[in-house]
Write a protein of this length. Structure first.
Length: 521
């Protein structure tokens, strides 16, 4: 008996040469339905329509085509069960050896603007997932293909193994099949969540495709993989040169962009740049942040902010990298440079550093408004809104006798934009659109302040200081005063706020309370 294949695909890429090879090279008979059958017939291929095979017509405008015992009996029957084989014989059902199915383009449909709910619902496939799941369940006896990318290797395996598909390959195909239907169902579930405006599900579900197996994780003994959507975020970035991205590179790149977009990014997209700005990242913390009249001057100031820590770091720029900027970038060993674009002269200049990773990240691929912050913990996940709400200084409150000057308010705003991207406890010292010292991740706040102020040194005189959390004591204020800090911004909310306010009044420092904390763990 000739092997029987069922073909019913939405994505018809590569279908005709695949079907021809099945028939002409491997002796398959084909049954098919709908548009797949029409295309095969148009190409002159011998195909039996499902309706003719089952003696049951397609009904309900094609909603019911393949849901029939003759189809699913042929797929689900165990070939090593005499009872199953007897049932097939009694019901005049032919075993189906190969199922080739992929699903209606639901995700593509809902990604289009202004798609009506009725249109989306008609793209919810019913028969397709049933066929795929049936074949995958019975993978011991049936092969199932769900992507044109599988066609060539499947035909090669048939050729090499005398028309047999190994158990190992059938298991791999079954796994891919269940992943295909699971991803499809997740897309539908998330769409329904949006339609019903449900704010929280009893289950958190998502399907993110694998992009790359990384060389290793944070350390060489850790395995790691990168999962990413194709058209958004880092999955949409284009690497122009350099070594393969690592886990640590990606973590640092994420920190660099989340900090940089405080100043806008590129000339288009969701948040166009308001001022040229550059961020230097080391171990997920900003070590140098600056604005400038040009992207070149902003880079110079960002590197000057902490040239020592910038060594081996990542640089993110919110404007096009030109040749002059590239020459500056060459002066220091860096892991990665990311920007919305690179002029040809800049790429040519940086080609002399072949290991340096250059990434072109387009502004339209960045949208933090649609992204939750997700972390794994033992046995589960923590999911929260991303801390990216716009900064609104109208809600700040001056609590000291002195009020900040116009320039100090600009400096406080600049420092406050940075401090929420620094690991807690976080302190930022800054002036005139340039960070001077950053203290991160210390177990006590005055320890972070000491690091930031020591880094700033004499430049701290006349500068401002930002703290991501409140001051539990007045020690940070008194330390800041010894360096000449003129204004401080912090959330407030400590039972000892008055002690810090009193110290500021005593030492001639103005203080703004934001009423909003920015811990980053």
């Amino acid at each position: 008996m000739a092997p029987l294949a069922l073909l019913s695909v939405s994505n018809k890429k590569g279908l005709i040469p695949f079907a021809k090879a099945l028939i002409e090279d491997h002796g398959f008979q084909i049954i098919s339905s709908g548009g797949t059958a029409k295309l095969l017939e148009k190409e002159g291929l011998l195909v039996t329509r499902i309706a003719d095979y089952t003696k049951s017509p397609e009904i309900l405008d094609g909603r019911v085509k393949t849901l029939h015992p003759k189809v699913h009996g042929g797929i689900l029957a165990k070939r090593d069960s005499s009872k199953h084989l007897s049932d097939l014989l009694e019901q005049d059902i032919t075993p189906i050896d190969l199922v080739v199915v992929n699903l209606y383009p639901f995700q593509e449909t809902i990604s289009k603007p202004n798609v009506s709910p009725d249109t989306a619902i008609e793209q919810i496939d019913i028969g397709g997932p049933t066929l795929i799941r049936a074949a995958a369940k019975n993978h011991a006896h049936v092969a199932v293909l769900t992507s044109p990318s599988q066609y060539t290797s499947f035909l090669d395996n048939l050729q090499k193994n005398n028309e047999l598909i190994s158990k190992e390959n059938r298991i791999k195909l079954a796994l891919a099949a269940f992943e295909h239907t699971a991803t499809y169902d997740i897309a539908i579930s998330n769409w329904f969540k949006q339609q019903s405006k449900v704010t929280a599900n009893s289950n958190w579900i998502a399907a993110v495709p694998i992009k790359q197996i990384l060389r290793y994780g944070e350390n060489p003994h850790q395995k790691a993989s990168w999962y990413s959507y194709e058209n958004t975020g880092w999955g949409a970035s284009k690497q122009l040169q350099g070594k393969e991205l690592s886990t640590n590179n990606l973590l640092d790149l994420e920190s660099s962009i989340s900090t940089l977009i405080e100043f806008g990014y590129g000339t288009t997209g969701n948040n166009p740049a308001s001022v040229p700005a550059v961020v230097v990242i080391k171990h997920t913390n900003p070590c140098g942040v600056a604005t400038g009249e040009t992207i070149t001057s902003a880079l110079k100031r960002a590197l000057e902010a902490d040239n020592l820590s910038a060594f081996g770091g990542i640089v993110a720029l919110n404007g096009i990298v030109n040749q002059a900027t590239a020459k500056q970038l060459k002066t220091l060993f860096l892991e990665c440079v990311v920007a919305p674009g690179f002029e040809p002269g800049a790429i040519e200049e940086l080609a002399s550093k072949p290991n340096l990773r250059l990434l072109n990240l387009m502004p339209d691929s960045i949208d933090y408004t649609q992204q939750d912050h997700i972390r794994s913990i033992l046995g589960g996940l923590l999911i929260q809104e991303t801390d990216n709400q716009p900064i609104d200084s109208t809600n700040w409150n001056c609590v000291t006798k002195l009020t900040p000057t116009y320039q100090e308010m600009n400096d406080l705003t600049f420092a406050w934009k940075i401090v929420r991207h620094v690991r807690s406890n976080a302190i930022v010292v800054a002036t005139l659109g340039q960070s001077l010292g950053i203290g991160a991740g210390q177990m006590n706040r005055v320890g972070s302040a000491r690091l930031a102020l020591n880094s700033a040194g004499e430049k701290a005189s006349g500068a401002v200081l930002a703290s991501d959390g409140f001051f539990p004591f007045d020690d940070t204020v008194r330390l800041a005063a010894t360096y000449g800090i003129k204004s401080i911004i912090q959330p407030g909310g400590s039972i000892k706020d008055n002690a810090s306010i009193t110290a500021c009044d005593e030492l001639g420092i103005s203080m703004m309370l934001t009423k909003k904390r920015h811990f980053l763990h």
